[in-house]
Design a binder for this molecule. Structure first.
Ligand code: SAM
Length: 207
């Protein structure tokens, strides 16, 4: 009997975030759509998307990350223009309004400089999203660890593993949803990692 090789999953999907993988399983990311990976880093989340015929764009403030992601894109999707990958701060993106069917932003928002920066980034991601499009964010929050984290000031926390992060809470996410007129596509799902950080998946539809 023929069995599928499990190792080929890694070759196909790389290190894709498991909650983004869940969006693929739900059929919310399809061939031919235009997708922005906001804060793409070196492209851990886009290996499969590049091979699957998604029109991938990426933005990151790090020049070296964009250099690496361009090489990855060239290898996996040689016909995709290198200009799709740009160095930019997410609060000011050089894209037209309503350009993208899907915007993903994974492990980026907790690096916001303050609450205004956090709000500006989310608003900017929303601006470039089409009506009917999906915004997928995965970010560290205080959810599930209320009162257990080392609070410094405002929304900044000293994380056990070293850095100081900006952590949203459910009230801030809800407030933004109301301001944007967003519909929550999935309930908030939060993974608490070893009692030292929370990673929340926040998935919205633009109406
Ligand atoms: C932890 S990495 C995550 C990379 C990728 N999204 C992933 O899930 O593997 C965070 C990335 O966000 C980028 N970043 C942080 N703040 C940013 C901002 N304001 N604008 C653009 N990129 C930003 C960093 O340069 C880094 O590449």
């Amino acid at each position: 009997m023929f069995h599928l090789p499990i190792t080929s999953l890694t070759a196909q999907f790389g290190d894709i975030d498991i909650y983004l993988f869940d969006q693929l399983l739900k059929g919310r990311i399809q061939k031919g759509i235009k997708l922005l990976d906001a804060g793409c880093g070196e492209g851990r989340n886009i290996s499969y998307l590049l091979q699957a015929g998604v029109k991938v764009f990426g933005a990151d403030v790090s020049e070296s990350a964009i250099t690496k992601v361009k090489l990855l894109a060239h290898e996996l999707a040689p016909t995709l223009p290198a200009r799709n990958f740009i160095v930019a701060d997410l609060e000011c993106l050089p894209f037209e309004e309503t350009e993208f069917d899907v915007v993903i932003c994974s492990a980026v928002l907790h690096f916001a400089r303050d609450e205004n920066h956090f709000r500006s980034i989310v608003q900017e991601l929303w601006r470039v999203l089409k009506p009917g499009g999906m915004l997928f964010c995965r970010l560290s929050t205080t959810i599930g660890l209320e009162g257990k984290l080392q609070h410094l000031h405002d929304r900044f926390y000293q994380m056990v593993h070293g850095p100081v992060w900006f952590l949203a809470d459910e009230t801030l996410l809800k407030d933004l949803e109301i301001q944007l007129g967003a519909v929550r596509l999935d309930p908030l799902k939060t993974t608490v990692v070893e009692q030292d950080r929370s990673m929340t998946t926040w998935v919205l539809r633009k109406v």
